[in-house]
Design a protein around this ligand. Structure first.
Ligand code: EPZ
Length: 418
């Protein structure tokens, strides 16, 4: 039995929705709670599988985790093991944050190579380089990364690539290291600022998050705290693009508009109206958008996580658009699925050339990864006829209440068992 989404397309999305907490913050903040010698209360958590898996991972290590309705309390005082379960770790990318968190707290960690979306090679050499600079010894045995240190000492670390994961992981490990750690060429994503704010609320001394130089002065102890997660810019961006693709009029609430600047700018360039309010954006689209070129760049550039949804909009735009994917070499797997729906796309390496057509036509397709799944949903909403989307495990990892939110905007979408 497999669950599928069935969408009857060609309906304008109209109305209001509210955005949930950011997945990519949540998946760093939950492991970060391990560092506290006290209870952390995390609020505005998205109700998604990645959060459920992290809760299981924490419990499996002995932490006491409670909560419901977007709130979780973590008591890591009862943790008995610094080893992460193999099967659970495989389910998601973010299990690698247990390396930084356990290393920071216990000076030792054993974490299997992580799972997550198949969008490229996804090395973690920069994480390891950071841990080694802090004084940890790392070895890999039977697919498990083993890290150990007698003492962690602050160091100056220059990242060779701008990496969200390495920046967060090094911050976690360095919070309680002796002396000053400097991360240069750090990632600047809002998640990093969110996690630095959590760490500072726990008593850490992290400065410069959101710029490319982060300085962390080690402290002896971290205490419990309360923290509310920022809104999910990728979820918001997905609905912005969905509104545009269906020629809709959607007010998207609970967002931080400055986080979405690159998306808003691109949509405006395509002729779509984007109105920004203090904590909301309103997308108004009439007719076919104009084709544009898009290049994915680390924040504040256009996000790779919205490249696949954007490719759907370009496939029904007026003219030819070019997408250059500069972060993940394998993030065009959804293109074959879009072609089933009539899209005219040619992929050459990291570049996709998209000739816009008038309308997509509904068809059975597969969600090859998380954002590919979101892209298929947008394609189904905009297409003529019926689209069936399989392999929903990816979408469930990252989108809270997708069917309910879209239904409230007038979409004809349901989940079936086949
Ligand atoms: C995070 O992945 C996000 N995941 C991804 O979102 C997102 O696509 C990515 O950042 C880029 O914005 C989570 O936060 C859980 P990176 P991460 O380290 O941290 C190379 C989604 O759709 N690199 O910033 O794993 C790497 O190959 C997901 O929500 C190294 O070479 O990504 C890539 O080209 C998918 N060595 C680039 O850096 C390293 O040690 C950026 O990767 C680490 C990364």
């Amino acid at each position: 039995m497999e669950e599928k989404l069935v969408i009857r397309g060609n309906r304008k999305l109209a109305g209001e929705i509210s955005i949930s907490g950011a997945k990519n913050s949540a998946v760093g903040i939950i492991p970060a709670a391990i560092l506290a010698d006290g209870i952390c209360t995390i609020k505005n958590l998205p109700d998604i599988d990645d959060v459920r898996h992290l809760k299981e991972l924490l419990q499996h290590c002995g932490a006491k985790v409670h909560g419901a309705d977007g709130e979780m309390t973590v008591n890591s005082g009862t943790i008995k093991s610094h080893k992460v379960d193999f099967e659970l770790a495989k389910k998601m990318r973010a299990s690698y944050y247990f390396l930084g968190a356990f290393l920071g707290k216990f000076k030792k960690a054993e974490v299997p190579f992580p799972g997550g979306c198949d969008i490229g090679i996804r090395p973690i050499d920069q994480h390891i380089k950071g841990f080694e600079a802090l004084g940890a010894k790392i070895k890999v045995e039977h697919g498990i990364i083993k890290a150990k240190a007698t003492e962690l000492v602050g160091a100056s670390i220059y990242l060779d690539v701008v990496s969200v994961g390495a920046t967060i992981n090094i911050m976690l490990a360095a919070c309680k290291a002796r002396g000053l750690t400097t991360i240069e060429n750090a990632a600047k994503e809002p998640y990093i600022v969110d996690i630095a704010n959590l760490l500072n609320a726990m008593g850490a001394n992290v400065k410069g998050a959101g710029t490319d130089v982060i300085k962390i002065k080690g402290v002896e102890q971290l205490h419990g705290c309360e923290h509310s997660i920022i809104p999910d810019m990728m979820e918001a961006g997905t609905y912005m693009i969905a509104a545009a693709a269906t020629h809709g009029d959607v007010l998207i609430r609970n967002v931080i508009p400055t986080h979405l600047e690159s998306v808003s700018a691109k949509l405006r360039e395509m002729g779509i109206e984007v109105l920004e309010y203090e904590d909301a954006v309103n997308i108004k689209a009439n007719g076919r958008p104009k084709a544009v070129n898009v290049k994915t760049i680390p924040y504040p550039g256009f996000p790779t996580d919205l490249q696949q949804p954007m490719s759907v909009l370009l496939s029904i735009a007026d003219g030819t658009g070019i997408i250059t994917e500069s972060i993940w070499e394998g993030r065009f797997k959804h293109v074959d699925e879009l072609k089933r729906m009539g899209a005219k796309i040619k992929v050459e390496g990291r570049v996709a050339i998209i000739d816009g057509i008038n309308r997509l036509s509904g068809s059975p397709v597969t969600a090859t990864d998380l954002r590919a799944g979101a892209a298929m949903v947008i394609a189904g909403l905009a297409a003529d006829g019926e689209t069936t989307i399989g392999n929903l495990k990816h979408i469930d990892r990252g989108y809270e209440g997708l069917v309910d939110k879209l239904s409230s905007l007038g979409a004809e979408i349901r989940r079936i068992e086949e």
